[in-house]
Write a protein that binds this ligand. Structure first.
Ligand code: URA
Length: 187
């Protein structure tokens, strides 16, 4: 069993916040555990909770399309969320819930050890890049943290709600592709 599998197994019983009691399935993460590129979203929605996998609903379909634009897919990257259990009614995860879940994500990042982290939306960016991150102003910019390069792009659910932001997301994706090439990552 890999260290990541061991971590997943330990996480399965987590009741560190009230979301644990509400879940159908824990949504730990999927993808290539060896990847140097990790995408981190906000938290599971209804479909993800039912399936136990991140980004399998409408936003997930758009995420797949976004990845395809830059020749990526779920076999080439790893995808996780800021919280591993579904917030009720798909509300934003509370600060306290994110705090309770942080240790799992921190260890997950440590084990995957990506060179690039792409935050999907403001919640992940505020947690991983800086607390006052402004997604409308700072999407597509790069930040160095602990030897990793971090950026944030609009969350696919936000792009479904407001398609006018799609050209900006397209530019950000192309920038991520450039960075992957520049760092010569075998994503
Ligand atoms: N939105 C997220 O942020 N994560 C998911 O897994 C699904 C939708």
């Amino acid at each position: 069993m890999s260290k990541l599998d061991e971590l997943r197994k330990a996480c399965l019983g987590c009741m560190a916040c009230p979301l644990g009691a509400e879940r159908t399935n824990l949504v730990f993460g999927v993808g290539n555990e060896e990847s140097e590129v990790m995408f981190i979203g906000e938290g599971p929605g209804e479909q993800e909770d039912l399936k136990g996998e991140p980004f399998v609903g409408r936003a997930g379909k758009l995420l797949d399309d976004m990845l395809a634009i830059i020749d990526l897919d779920r076999t080439k990257i790893y995808i996780a969320n800021t919280v591993k259990c579904r917030p009720p009614g798909n509300r934003d995860p509370l600060e306290s819930e994110q705090d309770a879940c942080w240790g799992w994500l921190e260890r997950q990042i440590g084990l995957i050890d990506p060179k690039i982290i792409v935050c999907l939306g403001r919640i992940a960016a505020m947690r991983l890049i800086k607390p006052d991150f402004k997604i409308t102003k700072e999407h597509g910019l790069w930040f160095s943290r602990d030897g990793r390069e971090l950026t944030a792009i609009y969350h696919p659910a936000a792009l479904l709600r407001d398609p006018r932001r799609r050209p900006e997301a397209f530019d950000d994706l192309k920038e991520i592709q450039r960075k992957i090439k520049a760092l010569k990552l075998g994503s």
